[in-house]
Structure formats: structure tokens, C-alpha cells
Design a protein around this ligand. Structure first.
Ligand SMILES: Nc1ncnc2c1ncn2[C@@H]1O[C@H](COP(=O)(O)OP(=O)(O)OP(=O)(O)O)[C@@H](O)[C@H]1O
Ligand SMILES: [Mg+2]
Length: 309
């Protein structure tokens, strides 16, 4: 949970040249755990690379002091590296800056609004024609991650960007690999970090449970509902608060969402894991179906011209 009460802050002292190679140019964004900079890879530039820019992510000061800090960032790199998908950010490399002892990773430099910025310009929700391709890309990205044994763990609007080349899911910093995968990496207690955003966290996570495909499904359900309606399904409440207020019973289908998508989306938003029986694959399937809303029977034998007066 994002129980970090101080404002999000970039690291106070960061060398201008990281790993003797990456020239920091400017801050791109700060999250609860890290800060991301635009940097120039001087080595690639030296070899004439016309696009030597990368995104460089390091942990912010409060997380950098955490005993697991460097391992945590490496884990994000290892998880992201398992994925090869056009809608998942591409990782480049992991380093520890010798001078500052700061770990950092470099990634494909993304350029575009994050979904929270897109939502702000659609207060009534996105029209289906715009929402459908975006939702499908996001569902494809998460389906790929799950197929590769990676749970994202922190799906929310600020962790998805809409670039000129399409949607990108990023920030696997709270992610986890399936049991038996990446088993040589140190076991990290992500629960201790409690750095996810409560309103996208499934009930079982709030109760101290483990990440699962079903917890990712709940978070994605919240994001899709928010995109479709312009507001969070449970008035930005946590699943526990919303359950106490019985908000699931009164959940309405977003007006612009085709009716055939609603049962699967509603299931994804169930509080109890036993009720959240759907899967990302099923959601992907119904969101991919053509909308039947505008279907009209063809009128045959209709006169093509007005009869003579
Ligand atoms: N590859 C990238 N290219 C460009 N900008 C990026 C990139 N990755 C992240 N950003 C920007 O930096 C912000 C913070 O990045 P990120 O979500 O990875 O950090 P975080 O601290 O792990 O976030 P959270 O608060 O979700 O834990 C993003 O919201 C985005 O604006
Ligand atoms: Mg983030």
C-alpha cells in the first residue's frame, strides 16, 4: 500500500554520470519507490548510435536505504527481462554505480501520457472505439506476463503509458515470478515494503495474502472500469472499505461499455477471490469480440429511389 506519507521525491544526490556511461539529462517521473530519468548512453553515442537515449530508473532515498534495495531493483530487471512483448517495456541493463553504490536499471525510453493523464481528459469515460484497442493491448501484455510466469503486482493507471508506438505496461518493481522460476534470486519480502496503491489492491492482498493472477485481474478490472466510466469502480475506496459498504451490489455497467463485456469485467472486480473466477484470457476474449450494439438487420427490397411524384 502506498502508505508513504511524504511527497514523492527524487533521490537528493545522484551523480550526473551513472555507471561511468549514462549521462543524466532530466527527471521524467517519480513513483512511490523510484525515480526515472532520461539519460544519454555515452558509449552508444560514441559508436554513432543516432538514438542513444534510455530511461534510467533508480530507487528514491527512502527505498534506497532499504536492506533489499539493490536486490529489489535487480528483481524488477530480471522479471521484465523474461518478457518479450510489444506492449511491455523493453529492459536494457542493470548496474550498480561504483561511486555512489546506487543500483539502477536502464530501459527503453517511453514517451507518452500515462493512463491517469488520459483518464483526466475523458471524465465521462473513453468511447469504446478508443477503449477497445487500448484494453486489448493491456490485456495482451498481462496475458503474456502470466504465460511467462510473471505477476505484475502493481497494475494501475500510472504504470501504463500510451506511446506513439502503442501501449506499454511497465514497473514490475512489485512483481514476482511463479514458484520455481528465477529461484536463484534472493527471496524478497514485498509485503514488508507495502508499497502498492490500496485502491487497486485485491482484498486478499490487503489481508496479507500473496500475489496471484487473480490479484492482477482485480487491479486490471479497476483500471478498465475507470477507463470506460471515468471513475474508479468503488469511488477510490479500498476493496475492504467498499465491501463493508456493499458497493459491489450496486456496481453499474459503464454507459459506453458493450453489454457483452460487462459480466466478465464485473467478475474481475469481485472482492472475494472465490468469486473472482474469471481470467485475463477470458476478459481478453470478450473485449476482443465485435460489439453487437450497432447491429441492425439489413432491409432488403427497400426502394433505392423515390417513386415518381
Ligand atoms: N521507460 C520509461 N520511459 C519514460 N518514462 C518512464 C519510464 N518508466 C517510468 N517512467 C516515468 O516515471 C514514473 C515512475 O516510474 P515507475 O512507475 O517505474 O516508478 P515507481 O516508483 O516504481 O512507481 P510506483 O509509484 O508505481 O511504485 C512513471 O509513472 C512514468 O511517468
Ligand atoms: Mg509506478
Amino acid at each position: 500500500m502506498n502508505q508513504i506519507t511524504q511527497p514523492l521525491q527524487a533521490p537528493s544526490e545522484l551523480p550526473q554520470l551513472m555507471g561511468k556511461r549514462y549521462q543524466i539529462e532530466r527527471l521524467l517521473g517519480v513513483g512511490g519507490m523510484g525515480a526515472v530519468y532520461r539519460a544519454r548512453d555515452l558509449l552508444r553515442e560514441q559508436f554513432g548510435d543516432p538514438e542513444p537515449w534510455v530511461a534510467l530508473k533508480t530507487l528514491n532515498d527512502s527505498f534506497a536505504r532499504h536492506p533489499d534495495a539493490n536486490a529489489l531493483l535487480h528483481s524488477e530487471f530480471a522479471l521484465t527481462s523474461r518478457l518479450h512483448h510489444r506492449h511491455v517495456v523493453r529492459p536494457h541493463s542493470f548496474h550498480v554505480d561504483a561511486e555512489s553504490q546506487r543500483a539502477f536499471l536502464t530501459l527503453e525510453l517511453l514517451d507518452g501520457p500515462t493512463l491517469d493523464q488520459i483518464m483526466a481528459s475523458h471524465p465521462q469515460g473513453m468511447p469504446w472505439a478508443e477503449l477497445q484497442p487500448l484494453a486489448l493491448a493491456l490485456l495482451d501484455a498481462l496475458q503474456h506476463a502470466h504465460q511467462r510466469g510473471v505477476l505484475h503486482g502493481d497494475i494501475k493507471p500510472t504504470n501504463v503509458m500510451l506511446c506513439a508506438s502503442g501501449v506499454r505496461l511497465f514497473d514490475f518493481g512489485l512483481g514476482q515470478a511463479n514458484e520455481g522460476l528465477l529461484s536463484s534470486l534472493p527471496k524478497l519480502s514485498r509485503r514488508r515494503l507495502a508499497a502498492w496503491t490500496p485502491r487497486y489492491a485485491a482484498l486478499e492482498l490487503l489481508d496479507g495474502g500473496d500475489l496471484s493472477k487473480a490479484t492482477d485481474l482485480y487491479a486490471l478490472g479497476c483500471v478498465l472500469y475507470e477507463l470506460a466510466s471515468g471513475h474508479h469502480p468503488f469511488s477510490r475506496l479500498t476493496a475492504r472499505q467498499a465491501m463493508r459498504m456493499d458497493q459491489y451490489a450496486t456496481l453499474q455497467k459503464p454507459a459506453g461499455l458493450p453489454a457483452h463485456c460487462w459480466p466478465a469485467l464485473r467478475t474481475a472486480l469481485a472482492f472475494e477471490p472465490a468469486q473472482r473466477q474469471g481470467s485475463v484470457e477470458q476478459l481478453r476474449e470478450v473485449f476482443g469480440q465485435p460489439s453487437r450494439r450497432w447491429w441492425l438487420p439489413l432491409k432488403r427490397n427497400r426502394p433505392t429511389a423515390l417513386p415518381p411524384a
